[in-house]
Design a protein around this ligand. Structure first.
Ligand code: IPE
Ligand code: IPE
Ligand code: MG
Length: 242
C-alpha cells in the first residue's frame, strides 16, 4: 500500500493480553510477555511507515487494582524487557520516554527507566512514549499544579506546556485493541482532536496488517477541527461572500 497520508503520531491502548493468554490456557503474564513482542513489531512497523511518534499505554494508574501477583509480574516484566531491549532500541534510533507518575514505582523499575531514557536520549528516528503508571486525570492535575507553582494563570497554553507529552504534538490517531470502546483514562487532554480506531484484534495479535487497516482508515477521514469541509478545501464561502 502507499503511505501518502500517514499520521505523525499514533497512540495505542494495548489491550487484550489477558484474553489472549486465557484463550490458550496460559497464565495472564504470558499474554503480557507476548504483548512486549507485539510492541517491538509495532514500533518497527511504525518506523517503516514514516510515523515519527508512537505513544503506548503500558500500565494505567488504575491497574494497581489488579491481583498483586499480576502487578508484580508486570513490574518485573517491564524492568527486564527494558534492560534487554535497550541495545536494540539504540540501534534502531528509537528515543524512549516514560510518561506517568514515577512516585510509587520501585527503585528497580525507576533505574531501568532512567537507564533506558539516557541511553536513547539522542535518537531521532522514532519517539516511543511509554505511559507507565499513567492516567489522563493525573496528567491534567499535575500540569495544573506546575502552572500554579510557577504563579501563572491556568490557561490552555500554560497547561499544554506543562502536560507530560509536551515534547510531542498531539496524537493524530488513537488505536485501541481488544474490542473495548473506551479511553480508560488515556490521554484525556491530548486526544481532543484525535481520530479513533477500535479493533477487536487482541494486542499480542496486532501485526503489520492490523496497523495498516488503522492507517488506511485514518487516511480516509476528514479532520475539520471545528471548521467546515468547504473551508478546508479552500472554497469561497458563498454565504458571507468571502
Ligand atoms: C492490557 O491487557 C495490558 C495491561 C493493562 C497491562 P489486559 O491485561 O488488560 O488484557 P485483557 O483486557 O484482560 O484481555
Ligand atoms: C487500559 O486497559 C490500560 C492499558 C492498556 C495499560 P485496561 O484493561 O486496564 O482497561 P479497562 O479496565 O478494561 O477499562
Ligand atoms: Mg484489559
Amino acid at each position: 500500500m502507499a503511505y501518502d497520508h500517514v499520521p505523525h503520531h499514533i497512540a495505542i491502548v494495548m489491550d487484550g493480553n489477558g484474553r489472549w493468554a486465557n484463550k490458550r490456557f496460559l497464565p495472564r503474564i504470558a499474554g503480557h510477555r507476548q504483548g512486549v513482542e507485539s510492541l517491538k513489531r509495532c514500533a518497527k512497523a511504525c518506523d517503516a511507515r514514516g510515523i515519527r511518534v508512537l505513544t503506548v499505554f503500558a500500565f494505567s494508574s488504575e491497574n494497581w487494582k489488579r491481583p498483586t501477583e499480576e502487578v508484580s509480574g508486570l513490574m518485573d516484566l517491564f524492568a527486564m524487557a527494558l534492560t534487554r531491549e535497550v541495545k536494540q532500541l539504540q540501534a534502531d534510533g528509537v528515543q524512549l520516554r516514560f510518561v506517568g507518575d514515577r512516585r510509587s514505582l520501585s527503585p528497580r523499575v525507576l533505574r531501568s527507566m532512567e537507564e533506558g531514557e539516557s541511553a536513547t536520549a539522542h535518537n531521532t528516528r522514532l519517539t516511543l512514549n511509554a505511559c507507565f503508571n499513567y492516567g489522563g486525570r493525573w496528567d491534567i492535575a499535575q500540569a495544573a499544579q506546575k502552572v500554579l507553582d510557577q504563579g501563572l494563570p491556568i490557561i490552555e497554553t500554560h497547561l499544554n506546556r506543562a502536560m507530560s507529552l509536551a515534547h510531542v504534538p498531539d496524537p493524530d490517531l488513537v488505536i485501541r485493541t481488544g474490542g473495548e470502546h473506551r479511553l480508560s483514562n488515556f490521554l484525556l487532554w491530548q486526544a481532543a482532536y484525535s481520530e479513533f480506531f477500535f479493533t477487536d484484534v487482541l494486542w499480542p495479535d496486532f501485526d503489520e496488517a492490523a496497523l495498516d487497516l488503522a492507517i488506511d482508515s485514518f487516511a480516509q477521514r476528514e479532520r475539520r477541527f471545528g471548521m467546515t469541509s468547504d473551508q478546508l478545501d479552500g472554497e469561497p464561502n458563498l454565504a458571507d461572500g468571502t
